[in-house]
Design a binder for this molecule. Sequence first.
Ligand code: ADE
Ligand code: ZN
Length: 341
Amino acid sequence: MKWPTSELHIHIEGTIESEFLVAAARRNDVSLPTYDPAELTARYVFADLQSFLDVHYSNLTVLRTERDFHDLAFGYLKRSAAGGVRRAEFFFDPQTHVNNGVPLEVVFAGLTGAVQEARETLGISADILLSFLRDLGADAAEETFRAAMPFRDQFIGVALDSTEIGYPPSLFEKVYGMAAAEGLHRVAHAGEEAGPDYVWEALDLLGVERIDHGNRALEDPALVARLRDERIPLTVCPLSNVALRTAPPRLADHPLRRMIDEGLVVTISSDDPAYFGGYVDDNFDAIERELALTPVELARLAANSFEASFIDDETKAGYLAEVGEALATAESVASTRALRE
Ligand code: ADE
Ligand code: ZN
């Protein structure tokens, strides 16, 4: 079943499939350890977040031209639309590309062009979040923010990603204040590898509207109560968590079950689907199977993804009606199956 969803935690750079990587490397004359896509994919076994980031950033040197950014984003939007995604709010890491010698206007032109084309030809709605690399520090984030101001109308918010431990949200209070003054949305990765204190800081100091990941929030009952009472969404990425060992090795033991039972506003996303074994529909299939989620629980996750998205209320209502229809279909399939048993 392809649930109608909004994908809220997706790094556009993490959608670089090995075939695309090889083609871009050849086109742009960038060397890779191997030009066999299957062999590249087979190497994607990670010990932790950093070991993934090292491969990820190294691969991104193949992205050089407007076409590269356009095709990457359009490919993601096409694949996702086929998997039920109606709305995507995707991150990009400008610092990675600028440090690789690609001008910001080239990156924006490619990504924005893809968003417009996908809206017109695929009917999928998308917007862009500018993400700061936390391990490059606060001054670099502020410089990046200022450099992005000429493109202010091409992104709707800011985010914070990359190496988590050692780079707490508090470092980025000033740049998040600048973003708030610009009327931008604010989200941040927190509680992926680092503890609940990073989630508190993201809420209290950065004023975020959603927490990306947030798994380790479960260690702090007062924080769980805050997230529940204020209905702050968590963008949870089950296959990513298993691949990066931020959750137990068996998906059946993923804290998602506990998050749902605690009454948290959980959404499901793929994070970096080219590396972690699948897109958002693959994540839905995996959690349905491994955590034995009911159609009502899956529909709740899908509905949460629209509730938590940065779209207007009327558009939201339309998507929520679609989730209702999908639930009716899923329940009738389930009861027909039960009758046969
Ligand atoms: N950049 C790409 N994927 C990431 C993740 N899961 N956590 C932090 N930074 C990232
Ligand atoms: Zn992420």
